[in-house]
Ligand binder design. Structure first.
Ligand code: BTN
Length: 242
């Protein structure tokens, strides 16, 4: 097992992604940083990520050798690991392109991949709302967020969930590094809430509207627009509109 051989636990950090980036050059591949709380938790596209006590906040240091254009697949693979691990608790967890895990239509986890160490390392940040009350989250997020505790009506073990996610991630990362992408994409599609849905993807000021049909080998979303044309979205904020 590569991922999780070395785990650094902290009570409080600014962001586990930032700690992992600082550690990247000093630690071996697969090193994990976990914190009980984050004072400056980061979400995608410059958003803040609320990280109170009770959640699972962790980051993994990776040195991928896959082509740079395939790096978005790391986010999908991490999403699958989280969704599969949550499903094992008895919930219907789904992946939502590009980086969310959703239960009951509400976001329960998010992934933030960042590069570190001169762009050579990738830090994969994983945040799961495990044992927290969504009423404690900022008002703007509450309506669209849930937690495992609220869905299951019991507490879950952060440690067990972390082990399950890291084991699955370790397995799938090895497959990705070997170039076996098909099975990984297939599993993501099977768990996906996005495929087949009408979506709006906003990226760099442009909007792609249509029906999400598939994902490509590099993780791009294939969107069929209203005139039967196909457009690819490589990144962005994806809203399901129906
Ligand atoms: C998102 O959905 O916008 C991504 C959220 C990622 C949150 C995790 S929590 C652990 C790691 N450290 C951070 O600062 N962010 C990620």
């Amino acid at each position: 097992m590569l991922i999780g051989r070395e785990v650094h636990f902290f009570q409080e950090v600014d962001s586990t992604n930032d700690v992992a980036k600082r550690l990247a050059g000093l630690s071996r591949e697969g090193t994990v940083v976990v914190a009980v709380t984050q004072t400056g938790g980061k979400g995608r596209i410059g958003h803040r990520w609320s990280s109170p006590t009770g959640g699972l906040w962790m980051s993994v240091v990776l040195w991928p050798t896959i082509p740079p254009e395939s790096l978005p697949l790391l986010t999908l693979v991490a999403g699958t690991a989280v969704a599969v691990s949550i499903s094992r608790l008895g919930l219907d967890a789904r992946t939502k392109w590009p980086n969310d895990v959703v239960v009951d239509g509400k976001k329960v986890a998010g992934i933030l991949a960042e590069t570190g160490f001169d762009g050579r390392a990738v830090v994969l940040g994983i945040g799961v709302n495990t044992n927290l009350e969504t009423k404690l989250l900022p008002r703007a997020f509450r309506r669209r967020a849930t937690s495992l505790k609220e869905e299951l009506r019991r507490e879950v073990s952060n440690h067990e969930l972390m082990r399950s996610i890291l084991r699955k991630l370790d397995h799938d990362y090895a497959r990705l590094q070997q170039g076996s992408v098909d099975g990984l994409l297939q599993e993501w599609r099977r768990l996906s809430l996005t495929i087949g849905r009408r979506v709006e993807v906003v990226a760099a000021g442009s909007v792609v509207k249509g029906v999400a049909r598939d994902i490509q080998d590099d993780g791009s979303l294939v969107v069929e627009t209203s005139y039967g044309r196909v457009q690819l979205a490589r990144a962005g904020e994806c809203r399901m509109v129906a």
